[in-house]
Design a binder for this molecule. Structure first.
Ligand code: AMP
Ligand code: MN
Ligand code: MN
Length: 327
């Protein structure tokens, strides 16, 4: 693994940077992209953010959210890019179609906190003990000059940390996480304002979808596994969009005694996306790896091809036997 000085050296020597993160962008992905964008600007560099996925509406309050580019904009002069920076992605497939552009960039910096990271960069900085890439970027900035952090950058980093820790509830929270959050708060941000923007601006279709999704909730006999299913028909009937599925799995996790919760959902392109959350020792990153997915020990996912019912049956029977084996 490389250190911060090696990364800073590459930043110092180059001018044009392309930043990206994973498909189905989340708060850590967008918050980290924007924080890095503003830092590079302050260092007199030319950063561009390029994503496959449109920004989920809840993040449009973030400073710079209107500066994100998408592939279909066709606006990137790829030849001028010196360095690609990939954030919060365990492998290059996770960046989706933007790989078409990143594959031609000579120098790739890979900054991530996933245990399953494949070290695909020319430079790699992976810290699995960090709650979020936001936390790693804070440390990176600290190694340059902490005074670079202003209110805008604080807002972006705080959003990254807040969302990836489930509002400071997950097992990835450490005393360092709170120290960083405290420093960011001292820069004039209002945590309650950020939380309101992210969690209290649900749409009516989004809440209707939550209601329909909860009606599908099932648990196994021992109450250790709970699961929710969301079909395209449910999304269409509620007039909700895919971004509004974010957070629904957390309701399945809140059930008393549940160790693992699962969300099965049909994607726009006829695949089945499966999300896993674990409250205890069951390592869902390892389990998702059986289906070419990954993530963290307590939050992971995979993308499957096939019929919804068949995939559900396969995954559920495997998880029941794995949990039994663990007992
Ligand atoms: P999600 O269920 O999409 O919220 O993802 C939970 C965690 O697992 C996040 O850290 C994702 O980056 C990771 N993850 C989700 N799907 C995949 C996948 N197909 N491959 C690798 N990591 C994934
Ligand atoms: Mn992420
Ligand atoms: Mn993350």
């Amino acid at each position: 693994m490389n250190n911060f000085d090696e990364i800073t050296e590459v930043v110092r020597k180059n001018n044009n940077f392309l930043i990206t993160s994973h498909i189905n962008l989340d708060g850590d992905g967008i918050g980290s992209e924007l924080a890095l964008y503003f830092i590079l600007k302050k260092l007199n560099k030319n950063p561009i953010i390029l994503n496959q996925s449109r920004l989920p509406g809840v993040y449009n309050f973030l400073p710079g959210s209107n500066k994100v580019h998408y592939l279909e904009d066709n606006c990137i002069d790829t030849k001028s890019i010196n360095v690609g920076i990939v954030l919060d992605c365990s492998n290059v497939e996770r960046i989706g179609k933007t790989y078409e552009i990143f594959k031609d960039i000579k120098t790739i910096i890979n900054i991530d906190h996933h245990k399953s990271n494949e070290n695909f960069g020319s430079l790699n900085y992976i810290d699995c003990s960090a709650s979020s890439v936001g936390e790693i970027l804070y440390e990176l900035i600290k190694s340059i000059n902490l005074d670079l952090i202003d209110e805008k950058i604080s807002t972006c980093l705080f959003t990254a940390i807040l969302t990836d820790t489930g509002s400071f509830r997950y097992s990835n929270v450490s005393s360092k996480t709170f120290e960083i959050a405290s420093y960011l708060t001292s820069k004039g941000i209002k945590p309650s304002l950020i939380a309101n923007n992210i969690y209290n601006r649900k749409t009516y279709p989004g809440l209707k979808l939550l209601g329909e999704a909860l009606l599908t909730l099932e648990v196994n006999e021992s109450n250790y596994v709970s699961w929710i299913t969301i079909t395209r028909k449910m999304l269409n009937d509620a007039k909700a969009n895919d971004g509004e599925i974010e957070g629904i799995i957390d309701f399945a996790t809140t059930l008393n005694n549940v160790e693992v919760s699962i969300l099965f959902r049909e994607t726009k392109d006829n695949k089945i996306k499966v999300s896993f959350r674990s409250k205890g020792n069951f390592d869902v990153n390892k389990f998702a790896g059986k289906f070419e997915g990954g993530g963290h020990p307590n939050a992971a996912g995979c993308l499957c091809s096939g019929k919804l019912d068949e995939i559900k049956e396969k995954i559920l029977s495997l998880i029941f036997s794995d949990i039994k084996y663990q007992e």
